[in-house]
Design a protein around this ligand. Structure first.
Ligand code: OOG
Ligand code: MG
Length: 262
């Protein structure tokens, strides 16, 4: 840690205000170039505590920057994690108000719900596959609070990994009935294919992303409780969206999912 608690709290308020007011800010490492990973997660957890104190329910967890496509797009090299809020849930098949966001982007993901506790260190694909109750198709709506969607890893961790919204499809499957690495996804925007990929884009296997989440959380002495909804990270690069855009994503064996920005 390089920052004291008062600075952590001040930065948490600053970054969360940017989210709540939909106002871009400059990335916080510009003013705190020496902040480290622990500081970054401390700011994220302080934002989480602020929300919970206000009555927000934490609806799940997310991994981010788990695919080459995403790492390349953002110019960073390492996966990160964050949390999902109750108010971030957006209806499948419905309309999403684009003015809720600063500069939203969408990414196709595989989501899971667990039915066993997952605990690191040493959590691996086997433990994760045994703990996944269902797999679901999902799209994350990310919205960096940083100007021009540009950041470094510590800034994005402090900003809850750009988490803003998510849409979950209604067709689920048991992990044993799917081959997650070869599960294909095709994303269309306004009727044109804009991105496509397969589950293996996510650290070789979406379950590896969940194992990494458990192992990263273990560094803070935390575990993933049974019954947790987890987004495993964008398979595809994120696609910019605005009012008027229609998004439709087809998932092999998991149906399709669509919504519209208004
Ligand atoms: C960070 C969040 C990335 C994903 O699925 O890779 C993410 C960002 O790109 O803004 O959620
Ligand atoms: Mg994501």
């Amino acid at each position: 840690m390089t920052l004291d608690q008062a600075t952590i709290d001040k930065l948490a308020e600053h970054v969360e205000d940017a989210e709540l007011n939909r106002q871009e800010i400059v990335k916080i490492t510009d003013d705190y170039p020496d902040m480290d990973w622990e500081d970054a997660y401390a700011i994220q957890y302080a934002i989480r505590a602020r929300k919970e104190a206000r009555g927000t329910r934490i609806a799940g967890l997310k991994m981010g920057l788990t695919s080459r496509a995403k790492m390349k797009q953002m110019g960073v090299e390492q996966p990160v994690y964050g949390f999902l809020t109750d108010y971030g849930a957006c209806p499948e098949g419905g309309e999403i108000d684009a003015s809720r966001f600063i500069h939203p982007r969408v990414e196709a993901e595989v989501a899971v719900v667990t039915n066993k506790t997952l605990r690191g260190p040493g959590c691996h694909i086997g433990a994760v596959l045994a703990a996944i109750d269902i797999v679901l198709p999902a799209v994350e709506i990310i919205d960096s609070r940083y100007k021009d969607f540009r950041f470094d890893l510590k800034s994005v961790v402090a900003d809850n990994t750009s988490a803003a919204g998510y849409v979950v499809g209604g067709r689920s499957a048991r992990p044993i009935d799917l081959d997650l690495p070869t599960l294909g996804v095709v994303m269309e925007k306004n009727g044109e294919i804009v991105e496509l990929g397969a589950g293996a884009a996510v650290l070789g296997h979406p379950a590896a992303s969940v194992a990494m989440l458990a192992n990263m959380m273990a560094a803070r002495g935390e575990e993933i409780p049974a019954g947790t909804f987890i987004m495993t990270g964008g398979i595809t690069a994120a696609v910019g969206v605005a009012a008027g855009d229609n998004i439709n994503v087809r998932y092999q064996d998991l149906g399709s999912l669509g919504f519209r920005f208004v």
